[in-house]
Design a protein around this ligand. Structure first.
Ligand code: OAD
Length: 231
């Protein structure tokens, strides 16, 4: 069996579901309540910035109130105690990994941050953002949530791809495998010879690409998987 020195973990909305944050595509999920093209594209922000701010303000309040669950805490234990490298890449914008003490790469941005659409300055977002808020660096009224919208390029891709190409184990937790480039990470890791494991309540669109499947709620499956890796 290949020795495991480097682990890359990808998380999605499913890891935060048991913290009370709704996912996007499960029954009654966010994308059943809102149209992506109304709230999660650069064009939507140009057309109706007030609606977009209200959507993200509501999510910011929910995320601020939510607490990490045993899956987030288990990943913190893994990052602290595993003798090799553990890179955690998340598509989540909720900040629950950090609340559990994990260092995470936020490829889809963070609700807690604001971005100037004009000069790309970033700062801590206030609990409520509103239309026309000035950028603290250039003073233009172009503040937006620091969220990667559909049609935009996810953050930190070079670092992530390099890690996928050198990892020994790739794990995806609570993600539907419907959004690229994250959905393609499993294939990138496999091409580098990494072992692959998927943890989800059910099959995802990318299940076929994983060698191992652990089915069940993340709050149970992730701590058990971490115990196994640390044993
Ligand atoms: P989805 O809502 O697409 O998928 C959530 C996944 O989590 C599904 O496969 C569920 O089966 C699984 N799941 C739900 N509850 C779970 C639990 N308790 N334990 C384990 N698994 C569970 O969310 P993402 O895959 O994260 O992007 O979505 C990817 C991206 O699409 C998001 O980052 C967001 C969205 O549009 C942007 O907003 C840019």
């Amino acid at each position: 069996m290949r020795r495991i020195d480097r682990i890359v973990i990808l998380t999605g909305a499913g890891i935060s579901a048991e913290s009370g944050l709704g996912t996007f595509r499960d029954e009654g999920g966010l994308w059943a309540q809102h149209r992506i093209e109304d709230v999660a594209t650069p064009e939507a922000f140009v057309r109706n910035p007030d609606l977009v701010h209200r959507f993200y303000n509501a999510r910011r309040v929910q995320a601020a109130e939510a607490q990490p669950n045993p899956a987030h805490h288990a990943l913190a234990r893994l990052q602290a105690d595993f003798p090799g490298d553990v890179l955690l890449v998340t598509q989540n914008v909720d900040g629950l990994h950090e609340k559990a003490g994990v260092r995470a790469i936020h490829m889809h941005g963070e609700l807690s941050r604001a971005l100037c659409a004009a000069c790309e300055h970033r700062w801590d977002a206030p609990p409520e953002m509103s239309v026309g808020e000035p950028c603290p660096a250039c003073d233009k009224p172009t503040a937006r949530p620091d969220i990667v919208w559909f049609g935009e390029i996810p953050y930190h891709m070079e670092e992530i791809i390099e890690a996928l190409q050198t990892c020994d184990l790739f794990a995806a937790i609570g993600t539907s495998g419907q959004v690229y480039p994250a959905a393609g990470f499993v294939e990138e890791a496999r091409m580098s010879g990494a072992a692959t494991v998927e943890m989800n309540l059910r099959d995802s669109d990318m299940s076929y690409a994983f060698e191992e499947h652990i089915v069940g709620p993340a709050s149970k499956t992730v701590p058990a998987w971490v115990d196994r890796l640390l044993a």
